[in-house]
Design a binder for this molecule. Structure first.
Ligand code: ADQ
Length: 490
């Protein structure tokens, strides 16, 4: 069995400092859950940044590295300057907004390109040091786009895969990026490049064709005398975790408390506090619902949970102020002594509460302006073993290509999004159940394990084999109801 080297910006660990040293624990959620299966497979190693560990003398650093090795991980330690330039500057200040089509927050001056290259080179060094012939190397996400190319020069025979967790934008936008050639060439060091949707895969092939002049077809690119395969691998969740979580006793008590006597319907939003997640427009649509349909006043509330994120990037401070102000305005305008329209929780919540919110929601609002996939939508569906609850989903989330039975919305169209909330809140039970049953079928059949499995299988097979298409092409079909639908996996 082949050994796997996983490579991601963050290691799936949390290092905590105490008076007598540090403790290292495995973290849950996100990529940590997604790759748990792959990490446990054979004697995999995971290479990445363990987070800021403060100043450590040589002895403590060696002890920390030993602890990390015990968990099957290899650290790439980064200095504060490297994090500022590579992570806050180039990756999150430029690539993140550009790849999500949020051009309004792009910096006037390019920051962090030098650090981005240096840190990518350090990751490539760490992989090369740990590499053994026949290993599969799987690199993750936009922070490490140069790593496959750097590795290919050092390990020409290595089997290298890359997966992009965020959208790949249209060539019109990608072409504006300084250093676009270097980034594409970095990715083309891979044997296989994976995306969440067919649209992202096609955008990438278009960009390579237009910018590098390479010969491309939908699933293969000929570059520098090698074939690079492309594939669509939509990520999923671990449905058992959410099904079991949603049915726990303590969760049931919390659900009852949230629902109260049932006279007030519950809308729920759960996100990282990120401008791509569409929280401001989601609030504006709720405002419009209360303005246009006064019958909902006192009869519906929105719980918005937003976990603080990337506080080192300026655009995130502005977003926080904007959301604070909108929540204040809506509550000030419509709130009464007996009813608060928006309950805003600006911190991470424990898993028990997450399960309870998913379970208690009459409608879950997942309305990003753009999102690679969006796991919250799939976690909500996985939790609803009661086959009830409505998913309101942005057509600009990767998940919309699969979850076609959701109520799909254009989050930029605030008035129609407000109408979609109304539709979700008034949907008859048989329709809610039919839609939820169909959503559940898809989420249960396409879980996170089949995602990792299918990518690794495709990476391990012969280089000349092409990756089978899984989804119908963008743009989605229009449904008679005016919503948007794409064909789901056959
Ligand atoms: P993210 O942008 O982080 O991931 P998402 O897919 O929604 O977005 O995952 C967020 C995770 O954090 C979920 O597991 C959710 O439960 C958890 N979470 C969110 N808010 C929380 C809160 N307030 N408290 C506690 N937990 C919270 C990136 C891409 C996505 C892609 C994933 C996986 O941006 O598009 O789906 O990677 O590829």
């Amino acid at each position: 069995m082949k050994r796997i080297i996983l490579v991601s910006n963050r290691l799936p660990v949390t290092v905590e400092h105490g008076a007598d040293g540090f403790t290292v624990t495995r973290s849950v959620g996100g990529l940590a859950t997604a790759l748990r299966g792959a990490h446990a497979w054979a004697d995999a190693v995971w290479i990445g940044w363990p987070g800021a560990c403060g100043p450590l003398d040589e002895h403590r650093r060696a002890r920390l590295d030993l602890e990390l090795a015990r968990l099957g991980t290899v650290p790439v330690h980064l200095s504060a300057e490297e994090v500022a330039g590579f992570y806050d500057g180039f990756a999150n200040g430029l690539l993140w907004p550009l790849f999500h089509y949020i051009t309004g927050v792009l910096p006037l001056r390019l920051e962090g390109w030098r650090e981005y290259q240096e840190v990518n080179a350090r990751f490539a060094d760490a992989v090369a040091r740990n590499y053994r012939p026949d290993d599969l190397v799987w690199v993750h996400d936009y922070q490490l786009m140069l790593v496959p190319g750097m590795l290919r020069r050092r390990l020409p025979e290595a089997r290298i895969g890359f997966f992009l967790h965020i959208p790949f934008p249209s060539v019109e936008l990608f072409a504006t990026l300084p250093h676009r050639e270097k980034l594409l060439e970095g990715l083309l060091g891979s044997d296989l490049v994976g995306f969440h949707t067919d649209a992202y895969r096609r955008h990438f092939a278009d960009s390579v064709h237009r910018i590098l002049g390479a010969r491309t077809d939908p699933y293969r690119i000929r570059h520098a005398g090698r074939d690079v395969r492309l594939g669509t691998f939509p990520i999923g969740v671990d449905p058992a975790v959410f099904a079991e979580g949603g049915q726990r006793q303590d969760v049931a008590r919390e659900v009852a408390a949230l629902r109260g006597d049932g006279s007030c319907k519950l809308l729920v939003g759960i996100d990282r506090l990120d401008y791509t997640k569409g929280i401001s427009r989601r609030l504006l649509a709720f405002d419009a619902l209360l303005a246009n349909r006064p019958e909902w006043r006192g009869r519906v509330r929105l719980v918005q949970i937003a976990v603080p994120s990337r506080t080192g990037v300026r655009a995130y401070t502005r977003l926080r102020n904007e959301v604070d102000a909108l929540v204040g305005r809506i509550n000030g305008t419509y709130g009464t002594a007996h009813w608060t329209p928006v309950h805003y929780i600006n911190r991470a919540v424990p898993q028990t509460q997450l399960f309870a919110f998913y379970r208690a929601a009459d409608a879950m609002l997942v309305t990003p302006l753009r999102d690679g996939m969006n796991l919250v939508a799939k976690e909500f569906v996985a939790t609803r073993t009661d086959e009830d609850g409505v998913l309101v989903l942005s057509e600009f989330a990767g998940a919309a290509a699969e979850l076609t039975e959701a109520v799909l919305v254009n989050p930029y169209d605030v008035e129609r999004t407000a109408e979609a909330y109304h539709r979700a809140l008034t949907m008859p039970a048989p329709e809610r159940q039919a839609r939820m049953r169909a959503l559940r079928r898809h989420v249960l059949e396409n879980d996170v394990y089949s995602w990792a499995d299918s990518f690794l299988r495709a990476l391990a097979i012969d280089r000349s084999t092409s990756v089978k298409p899984t989804f119908a092409p963008w743009p989605p079909r229009r449904t008679p109801a005016g919503g948007v639908a794409t064909r789901s996996r056959s």
